[in-house]
Design a protein around this ligand. Structure first.
Ligand code: SAM
Length: 245
């Protein structure tokens, strides 16, 4: 089957991605819960536990493809509202939802929102203590360029954490997961948002993303040290970690 997203070149991918997230921005948070059966919350919590942000002022993090703010909000809360987080996303519609949520949670003082591309970060070198990206990097057309940018803007001693869908490494779970993602996710998407194509894109982008080992190699190639990964839920998602030393 062709969903109309197959075999798009680098130059064409970003406009399609942008269109998907403009369309889903307002329903993004509820869709996340439905699509992952709530699991994304546990994975994100585990990512923040791995980061273990210090409870001190001056700790600066950058959350790339930060969308509606889930990762940045968790970091600030885990730091007892001491940390500062910059939420960066290429999509103004997603950021607008994020800014509204931040107001409601009274977290705005610890945040800023920047509309920019992960491949070309508008920050000086050696700026951030941590760079996080959750379910974002597979949407970026040139992943190697984004990883090099991550390396550049991190301080020495800074941490990279990437949470992304990955390769399921459990015999029965993989079949269930295939059925769920190829059938249920696009159907739910259509039911809730009236549009199936964005969710077909979602499922395809997961299939195309490199597996745990290959992605770890890409992180090393960008210059990071002590690169490792942890599978969540049998590898449905994985957290990759690296350090700039
Ligand atoms: N991190 C959030 C979360 O975990 O809920 C949002 C993830 S959402 C699946 C993916 C986000 O990546 C979207 O908000 C999209 O606009 C953003 N994105 C896609 N391409 C990007 C790029 N080149 N640079 C920055 N953000 C990008």
């Amino acid at each position: 089957t062709s969903f109309g997203f197959r075999n798009v070149g680098t130059g064409e991918k970003q406009p399609l991605v942008n269109d998907v997230f403009h369309k889903v921005a307002k329903r993004y948070d509820i869709m996340n819960d439905v699509m992952s059966a709530g699991l994304h919350r546990a994975w994100k919590d585990a990512m923040i536990a791995a980061l273990n942000p210090p409870r001190r002022e001056g700790y600066r993090t950058l959350d790339v493809a930060g969308g509606t703010g889930d990762i940045a909000f968790r970091i600030i809360e885990a730091s007892d509202r001491k940390a500062h987080s910059t939420v960066l996303d290429i999509n103004g519609s997603m950021l607008a939802v994020g800014a509204e949520r931040a107001e409601k949670k009274k977290l705005s003082a610890n945040l800023d929102f920047v509309e920019a591309n992960a491949e070309d970060l508008p920050f000086e070198a050696n700026t951030f203590d941590a760079y996080t990206i959750a379910f974002g990097i597979r949407n970026v057309p040139r992943i190697d360029v984004a990883l090099k940018e991550a390396y550049r803007v991190l301080k020495r001693g800074g941490r990279l954490l990437v949470l992304e869908f990955s390769e399921v490494e459990m015999p029965l779970l993989d079949r269930f997961y295939d059925a769920w993602s190829f059938n249920a996710i696009p159907k739910f998407g259509k039911l809730i948002t009236g549009d199936e194509a964005p969710y077909q894109y979602l499922v395809e982008s997961i299939r195309k993303f490199p597996n745990q080992k290959d992605f770890a190699t890409m992180i090393k190639e960008a210059g990071f040290s002590r690169v490792s990964f942890t599978n969540y839920t049998g590898g449905i998602a994985a957290l990759h970690s690296g350090w700039k030393i």
